[in-house]
Every structure is written in C-alpha cells, then in structure tokens.
Design a protein around this ligand. Structure first.
Ligand SMILES: Nc1ncnc2c1ncn2[C@@H]1O[C@H](COP(=O)(O)OP(=O)(O)OP(=O)(O)O)[C@@H](O)[C@H]1O
Ligand SMILES: [Mg+2]
Length: 275
C-alpha cells in the first residue's frame, strides 16, 4: 500500500463550521483539481421511515477523477447519503445530478447503466458462488463484456484471477473486499460509491484496501468513499466531507481537514496525530 498522499494542487482552506461540531456547512468545498463536476447532490433530504428525515439538506460535489471522502460519527447519515445518490433511499427534497442530468430518484439499475457503481459495506459478495461467478454478476447487463472486464479487473486484483474457481465464502476478509470492488468495477462505472471498504479488516488489510482504492482512482474512476477510519480516509482523499446529524458540518481538502482544530477535536480525537 502506498502511504503517500496523491499529488494535490493548490489546496484551499477547509470550509469549517465556526460554532461547534454540527454547525452547518454549505457542502460547497472548493475543488482544487479544476475538473468538471461529474456528480453533485444539492440539499438532499432523505429518510427511510415516513416523515422522519435522516438527511436534512446534505450536499456533495464530485469532480471528474476525484477521490472524495465522507466521514462523521455513527448514525450521521453517511451511508444514507450514498444510498440516496444511488437510488436506494427515497429522496424527499433537493436534487442529484450526474453529468448535468437530473437523476434524483432514478432507479438503481438505470444508474448502473449510466455508469454509477456501489459497493455496500456488508453482504457485498455471494458467498456460495465462485469468484468468477461473482464477477459475472457484475456484467449481467453486458455479458459479452465479461472477458475484457475480467482482464481489466484481474490486472488490478491479481488475487482474484488466482482464486477464480474458489467460492467467495472461503476468501479472507481482504480478498472479499477486493471481490466486492471487482464485481462493481466489472460494469465499468465512471463513479464508484464505496461504503466503508476498510471495515472489519486487519490493519494490514486496511492499508491494502486504501492502496487499492487509490489505484482504482488512478485509472480515472471518480470515487465517493465513506469511511470510519477518518484519518486514513482524509490522508488519501482529494477532498472530504464531515457529516453530522444528517447535515454537512465541515468540508474541504482532505489535508486541510486533517489539520483543522475543530475537525480534530470533534471527529478525529484530540490525540490524533496529523501527519
Ligand atoms: N434501513 C433503515 N431503516 C430505518 N432507519 C435507518 C435505516 N438505515 C439507517 N437508518 C437510520 O438512519 C440514520 C443514519 O444512518 P446511516 O446508516 O446513514 O449512518 P452512518 O453515518 O452510515 O453510520 P455508521 O457510521 O454507523 O455506518 C441512523 O439513525 C440509522 O438508525
Ligand atoms: Mg454507514
């Protein structure tokens, strides 16, 4: 795994909320890469239970080729935000756009066809199926693409080629995570949503996964990554969003958030070292 941060250009100051942890931030952290916005969520209101909103006006912008991190306390709405953008939670207010087109409330299978991919945190492989069968599920919309995409995915994750005929249920935690990401990448997404890819892994496997996420991003896939491992997430992402109680609390360049005293105090822990 690479522990280096990706090259960054001209990072701006973080857009920090002035008055405590959950003070609202506009979510409009200035992107420093100058790339086109590929995906943006504006003031999204969403929830599971009627009349109970989990997100109460959440915004996020993803530039082409960016790696954006989303951190925040348990229950802040991080998973809900990516589910709302991926059509898995009803959006009750605000909007989501992909390449300028309104995709608010679009169905998940339509979003996959348009180039969005999502790797859930849990239950993200079919344990009774082999590695190859899992990867085939990723090309179910375009089965003829299997060989070409299999070659691409196994170039990134050579272990999946070695384990091709093995049942997914017998893989290690790190290998399963590789398979989960690999299966989603089989569909050739332009945008990848990752929900806590390092969860439940050993420190060594976490390092490996963060390295793999960077490699996927280096191939040009734009990524929104939710992470509990906030410091590692901010170290590798171009920009980060801190969510709290269903709203944007802070946003800015990953490196700036890592050094922001309020973010350290409320979200990273006062003992966090900021290297
Ligand atoms: N399927 C569901 N039905 C009802 N409420 C839900 C559901 N999923 C999540 N919630 C609630 O929505 C809120 C936000 O949950 P969410 O999973 O988005 O948080 P999170 O920031 O991803 O937290 P964590 O760090 O624990 O993964 C929580 O109060 C949670 O209980
Ligand atoms: Mg979550």
């Amino acid at each position: 795994m690479s522990t280096e941060e990706p090259a960054q250009q001209d990072r701006g100051e973080s857009t920090a909320a002035p008055e405590g942890a959950a003070a609202a931030d506009s979510g409009a952290a200035e992107r420093s890469t100058g790339s086109e916005v590929i995906l943006d969520a504006v003031e999204v209101v969403a929830g599971y239970v009627p009349e109970v909103n989990v997100l109460t006006g959440c915004s996020l912008e993803l530039g082409e080729g960016e790696l954006v991190g989303v951190i925040g306390p348990n229950g802040a709405g991080k998973s809900t935000l990516i589910k709302a953008m991926f059509g898995l939670v009803p959006v009750r207010g605000g909007s989501v756009r992909f390449r300028g087109a309104d995709i608010t409330g679009a169905q998940t299978h339509t979003l996959v066809q348009h180039g969005l991919g999502y790797v859930p945190q849990r239950d993200n492989v079919f344990p009774a199926l082999t590695v190859e069968e899992n990867l085939r599920m990723g090309t179910f919309l375009k089965p003829r693409e299997f060989e070409r995409r299999f070659a691409w995915v196994t170039e990134l994750f050579s272990r999946l080629a070695e384990r091709r005929k093995q049942r997914a249920g017998s893989l290690s935690g790190g290998e399963r995570q590789m398979l989960a990401m690999g299966r989603t990448l089989m569909a050739e997404p332009e945008v990848l949503f990752l929900d806590e890819p390092s969860a439940g892994l050993s420190p060594a496997n976490q390092d490996q996964v963060f390295g793999q996420v960077q490699r996927i991003n280096d191939t040009g896939v734009s990524i929104v990554m939710v992470e509990q491992n906030a410091r590692r997430c901010l170290q590798i992402c171009d920009r980060g969003y801190v969510l709290d109680q269903g709203r944007n609390a802070y946003s800015g360049a990953g490196h700036d958030l890592l050094h922001d005293p309020k973010v350290i105090e409320y979200y990273l822990g006062t003992l966090a070292t900021v290297d």
